[in-house]
Ligand binder design. Structure first.
Ligand SMILES: CC(C)(COP(=O)(O)OP(=O)(O)OC[C@H]1O[C@@H](n2cnc3c(N)ncnc32)[C@H](O)[C@@H]1OP(=O)(O)O)[C@@H](O)C(=O)NCCC(=O)NCCS
Length: 169
């Protein structure tokens, strides 16, 4: 077994911030302009990650390399934000390039659904950049249904986000 998944601890903050930054640079190349990707501030990411992990408000999972323990991915989930009829939300899911397509996303989703189900949540939403076909395919394979879109901004750049909804998790 090359990779495994566990709940994140505060000590993982730097590893998660690093994967987040790298995954953005690699995965969003050609999806977001370089001027936006170049603005990513790892220090800020680290500070916000530490806040998230201290708050312990939702589910924070990490994937790690079993050989040396390095963090290779993460997933954040919790109650849906600003949704009247949807219970849970996956806020973020990112993997380092070498850890993609090993089934870790699928396993993270399964653990997230179990976590939500145990808290009485029955439905779930994820927002994805509409021009991110890889992640969209992953959500479709995971059983998500394309729902509405919204206009939004990333680093001041206008984007369209697509919602995927699971009516029954
Ligand atoms: C999208 C992402 C989270 C998927 O995680 P993953 O661990 O690679 O996904 P899995 O290995 O569990 O894939 C399950 C299935 O989803 C589909 N899938 C996953 N990635 C895909 C891709 N790049 N292209 C097409 N289909 C894909 C495949 O059907 C795959 O099954 P297969 O590998 O047996 O063919 C991961 O690729 C990632 O971190 N991407 C960059 C960051 C990102 O875009 N995050 C989403 C932000 S909203």
């Amino acid at each position: 077994m090359r990779f495994a998944i566990r709940e994140a601890t505060l000590a993982d903050a730097a590893g998660i911030a690093h994967v987040h930054e790298r995954s953005w640079q690699v995965s969003y190349h050609g999806i977001l302009p370089a001027s936006v990707l170049d603005k990513i501030d790892v220090g800020q990411r680290l500070a916000s990650r530490e806040r998230i992990l201290r708050a312990r408000a939702g589910l924070n999972l990490v994937a790690y390399d079993c050989t040396h323990g390095d963090i290779v991915g993460f997933c954040d989930a919790g109650r849906a934000r600003g949704e009247a009829h949807i219970d849970g939300e996956v806020y973020a899911i990112y993997f380092a390039h070498h850890a993609k397509r090993h089934g870790l996303g699928t396993e993270m989703f399964e653990r997230t659904r179990d976590w939500m189900e145990a808290r009485g949540m029955r439905s779930m939403i994820v927002w994805v950049l509409a021009n991110n076909p890889h992640a969209r395919r992953f959500y479709e394979v995971a059983g998500g249904r394309a729902d509405r879109t919204k206009q939004s901004q990333v680093g001041g750049f206008p984007v369209i986000e697509q919602a995927y909804v699971w009516d029954r998790i």
